[in-house]
Design a binder for this molecule. Structure first.
Ligand code: GLP
Length: 242
């Protein structure tokens, strides 16, 4: 595991965008595993700037996102589809037919998850998986549990995750209680993993996830076993790590 120390959020975003753009330049037809949440927004904005300057070409890129809320339609401004479209897809020349997320409108969980695993297999797996880190150590929506789930599955969001995501919704009652998320095995099979973390409120979980015991209670801790993980974190997020 490589830890890259960034000065602040902007520096973290630029460094992460550099890693993603290197992937796109080295392999123009790569498969990017993408993430939502507030942390990657700056990196996406930086990628859009470089695209606007003519430095990046996404025309051959395929993307698969980590997760989607169950029950939200694509035009709901809180859906992850909407988020990705708003922050990246509509602003670069990625082929919309090559951008994939779990189908939040599919009521049959087994079908939604099976379909998504087939899509990931069909695109040939993930070259670079971008991840944020939840306050409880979740990656995607893999919440603290007794086991690691392999493939895409439907999760009941923990109360703390519902509360953490409340800030994006008009009221807590509107926060979906379930989501479809890529599983841990799929994430671990990505050739490279890039984790972005920012802020003092993440310092405790950074220490637990990357320097503590490997346990499904802190799902991100499994990344310690991955061969090619880069964590780009700002000083505040690394403040409890020597
Ligand atoms: C969300 C997403 C995760 C994200 C995490 C942290 O619930 N499902 O993919 O990494 O929570 O979000 P943030 O970056 O806003 O702290």
């Amino acid at each position: 595991m490589r830890i890259i120390r960034a000065k602040d959020y902007d520096d973290m975003s630029r460094k992460a965008a550099n890693v993603i753009s290197a992937q796109v330049i080295m392999k123009p037809d790569c498969v990017l595993g993408l993430a939502t949440g507030s942390t990657p927004i700056g990196a996406y904005a930086q990628l859009v700037k470089w695209y606007d300057k003519g430095d990046l070409d996404f025309s051959k890129v395929t993307s698969v996102n980590l997760d989607e809320y169950k029950g939200l339609t694509r035009d709901n401004d809180q859906s992850y589809y909407y988020f990705m479209n708003h922050h990246l897809f509509s602003k670069v020349n990625i082929n919309p037919d090559r951008t994939f997320l779990p189908d939040g409108t599919e009521k049959d969980s087994d079908k939604a998850c099976g379909d998504y695993d087939r899509i990931i297999a069909d695109v040939g797996g993930i070259d670079l998986q971008l991840l944020g880190l939840g306050h409880n150590g979740h990656i995607g929506f893999n919440e603290p549990a007794d086991t690691f789930e392999a493939g895409t599955h439907c999760v009941d969001l923990t109360e703390s995750t519902v509360k953490a995501n409340q800030r994006f919704f008009a009221s807590i009652d509107e926060v979906p209680r379930q989501a479809y998320t890529m599983g841990i095995q799929t994430i671990m099979l990505a050739k490279k993993v890039l984790v972005v973390v920012s802020g003092e409120d993440k310092a405790k979980i950074v220490k637990e996830a990357f320097f503590g015991p490997i346990t499904p209670k802190v799902q991100a801790s499994v990344l310690q076993l991955h061969r090619n993980v880069t964590v780009v974190a700002d000083e505040a997020a690394l403040s409890l790590v020597k």
